[in-house]
Ligand binder design. Structure first.
Ligand code: ZN
Length: 244
């Protein structure tokens, strides 16, 4: 499994980073985890052909995590001339919120016939499903976004990729990341405690219990970015490639 951070930033472009977007390539599938508002720009920047992506998993329905989907769908229609189906996976409410986003940003765009099918898969928490060759288990976390927020545990190529999404500390993260080959974890703050988000100090206190083999911090705000040199864990960068 090969993962590339196309976007490793928070919602507000801290550090000049793009919104959350990770490209994952396995023997069976090429997919995105998250498609934040800037993700089409990030794909162009890193020369990723969006037609190669069959599936997008979004953790929750905030603009910096799913707000790039309208542009990705319209790019498929107008520029990339997509014909292959695009499967969008996320929590219950994804379909309705995507329609609303498309109508606000590009009125009429949600009702247009295209040369490719956009399939919405709203999946329930705590159930393992395999979608387009990707086996994933979503877990409910603690984050306020108008729909259930998920963390994900992916199993591909005999490896486990775990991702916290955005959340304050919750014990469900133990199941998400336990023994994972790679855990990608939110670290919006360094030590400041804010409801619905993770800070590095809180995460650090539970990393041994999670027991992931490798940890990469992402979604870093200004306070955390100022401390990147002070932590032993790896931190994400836009464009960083990781072999899992
Ligand atoms: Zn969020």
């Amino acid at each position: 499994m090969r993962l590339r951070f196309l976007g490793s930033g928070d919602a507000f472009g801290s550090g000049g980073r793009f919104n959350a977007c990770f490209l994952v390539e396995t023997t069976a599938s090429t997919f995105l985890v998250e498609c934040g508002a800037s993700s089409m720009i990030a794909m162009r920047r890193f020369h990723v052909n969006p037609n190669r992506i069959g599936t997008v998993f979004v953790s929750h329905l905030h603009g910096d995590h799913f707000g790039g989907l309208p542009s990705m769908i319209l790019d498929g229609q107008f520029y990339s001339r997509r014909t292959a189906p695009l499967t969008l996976v996320g929590p219950p409410g994804l379909g309705e919120r995507l329609t609303q986003a498309m109508e606000v940003l590009f009125p009429g765009s949600s009702k247009v016939e295209r040369k490719f099918v956009t399939e919405i898969r709203e999946i329930p928490p705590d159930q393992t499903v395999t979608i387009n060759g990707v086996t994933v288990t979503p877990y409910t976390v603690q984050h306020l976004c108008g729909a259930p927020p998920f963390a994900y545990r992916f199993a591909c190529d005999d490896k486990v990729l775990a991702y916290t999404g955005d959340t304050e500390w919750t014990e469900s993260l133990l199941a998400v990341g336990r023994g994972a080959d790679l855990l990608i974890a939110e670290a919006l703050f360094y030590e400041r405690k804010v409801k619905y988000h993770l800070d590095y100090a809180t995460l650090k206190a539970s990393l041994a219990r999670i027991g992931a083999r490798r940890v990469i911090l992402t979604h870093m705000g200004p306070e955390m970015l100022a401390h990147v040199g002070d932590v032993p864990e790896e931190t994400a960068e836009d464009g960083k490639v990781v072999e899992v």
